[in-house]
Design a protein around this ligand. Structure first.
Ligand SMILES: Cc1cc2nc3c(=O)[nH]c(=O)nc-3n(C[C@H](O)[C@H](O)[C@H](O)COP(=O)(O)OP(=O)(O)OC[C@H]3O[C@@H](n4cnc5c(N)ncnc54)[C@H](O)[C@@H]3O)c2cc1C
Length: 430
């Protein structure tokens, strides 16, 4: 273990190096303090582009960066790749799988996980999209289904193999469904001889009356229309009743046989929030104080997807990356001010205020919707806005350049570069 971990300087422990934890490490600066950031992964992941890895548009290294390398120019920050196991707030102690850390301040930025509305048994048959492994597994299963269809004599099996169901019509579900429809109709269509991948069914199931229900109704309706034009079967006001191996049963009694069922319907906070002894919302998110500290624990803060925070207008701060980054910056300022002050605990702390920069979702080539303040964009204009924003926020120049190159290549050739699956990666489904 590094000597730095045992120095007497104030120690700030940051758990998680996603958007919240990484932003804290980048923004926080105080000559008296040292920071230790812990993540189970060795990389920071740009989750907004995960669906492109799952649908063979980008490869994994293009949307991830080693945390160490991002923070290499921060000599007061130590990066530990380890699993957070328990939190003892009374003793100011965090237990990792290989060591124990003590802190003066703790910043919790552990994000969320896929949740299945109380049906954890569905996870086996309908994977969610949260990590690089999830994306690579989905990509493998989808591509493998087409490889198997090419040699499948049974028409019923062909129908099942060529059906993909996406559950959940939020931004992730819409982006996945659109990208899968394009993959089958534009990219794979030209590569097979015995089957026609463009006849594949992509079904998007959404319980509410429209997809993208967080957006203005006209934009949501436009997104549905753009999806339909791409060939996605959009089923709104439809709930899933059960999911088993390659089989989805809907509340209207319909059964869809689908080789690939993908879950994009709901997320919950990290299970570690249950150890905190504070009030949680239904998704397990921490109900933080206005300054983002835990009630009764002024030295412990939580940011990002694991937080439940109501804005002044009564609406919750959404679980998006700008919210996690803004919250992390807010906490960094509070801790810097307190370390600089001789009367740390007496400093009044500012309440966090979320600045909504807008929301957007891409549906396919030249197809997207965006809402930026009063401005609403659809189609090509929204798609260009989406490309620019995602390129700007992607971490690292090399990744920006690689992604721009891939997108340009795909735009002009109608091909996707990340379609290699290896035999060891591809065991047939049971
Ligand atoms: C598929 C997908 C698409 C999305 N698209 C968009 C989008 O287009 N625009 C947008 O703004 N937002 C989008 N989001 C949401 C956005 O990614 C999140 O709001 C953001 O990542 C939240 O940041 P965070 O720091 O709270 O959590 P995360 O970024 O999830 O980071 C949490 C970190 O904690 C680590 N961790 C968790 N548990 C442990 C443990 N026990 N031990 C050690 N480390 C641990 C994880 O490895 C991870 O690095 C998307 C999310 C997903 C999943």
């Amino acid at each position: 273990m590094s000597d730095m971990l045992n120095e007497p300087r104030p120690h700030i422990v940051v758990l998680g190096a996603g958007f919240g934890g990484l932003t804290f490490c980048q923004k926080f600066h105080h000559p008296k303090a040292r920071v230790t950031v812990v993540d189970r992964a060795n990389h920071h992941l740009f989750q907004p582009l995960l669906y492109q890895v799952a649908t063979a548009g980008l490869s994994a290294p293009e949307i991830a960066q080693p945390i160490r390398s991002i923070l290499a120019d921060k000599p007061t920050v130590t990066v530990l790749m380890d699993e957070v196991e328990t939190l003892d707030l009374a003793k100011r102690r965090v237990t990792l799988s290989r060591q124990v850390l003590e802190y003066d301040y703790l910043v919790l930025a552990l994000g969320g996980r896929t949740s299945y509305f109380g049906h954890p048994e569905w996870a086996e048959f309908a994977p969610g999209l949260k990590s690089l492994d999830d994306a690579l597994n989905i990509r493998r299963d989808v591509l493998l289904a087409f490889e198997r269809t090419e040699t499948e004599p049974d028409p019923a099996a062909v129908l099942r193999l060529m059906t993909i169901v996406v559950v959940g019509g939020g931004p992730t579900g819409v982006e996945m469904a659109g990208a899968l429809a394009e993959l089958t109709r534009v990219v794979l269509k030209r590569d097979f001889r015995r089957i026609d991948p463009s006849t594949a069914r992509v079904v998007l199931i959404e319980a509410s009356t429209d997809v993208l229900s967080h957006m203005a109704p006209d934009l949501a309706a436009n997104a549905s229309e753009q999806l339909r034009q791409l060939g996605v079967q959009v089923r709104t006001s439809t709930r899933v009743k059960s999911i088993t191996q390659s089989r989805v049963e809907l509340d209207n009694g319909e059964v869809i046989e689908a080789e690939n069922i993908l879950w994009a319907a709901s997320v919950a906070a990290s299970p570690l929030t249950q150890q905190l002894g504070v009030e949680l919302d239904r998704a397990g998110r921490v109900k933080v104080s206005p300054d983002l500290s835990l009630p009764g624990r002024s030295e412990v803060f939580a940011v990002g997807d694991m937080v439940s925070y109501l804005q002044e207008n009564g609406k919750p701060v959404p679980g998006v990356s700008p919210a996690a980054m803004q919250q992390a910056s807010h906490v960094a300022r509070i801790i810097e001010d307190e370390l600089s002050s001789a009367h740390q605990s007496r400093l009044p702390r500012a309440a966090f205020r979320y600045f909504d920069k807008g929301t957007m979702a891409t549906i396919g080539r030249s197809a997207a919707v965006a809402q930026i303040g009063p401005m609403k964009l659809t189609g090509f204009a929204a798609w260009v806005a989406w490309l620019v924003v995602h390129l700007l926020f992607l971490v690292g120049f090399r990744n920006k350049a690689a992604v721009l190159l891939q997108w340009t290549y795909s735009y002009f050739t109608y091909k996707r570069g990340a379609r290699i699956i290896t035999p060891t990666e591809s065991p047939p489904k049971a």
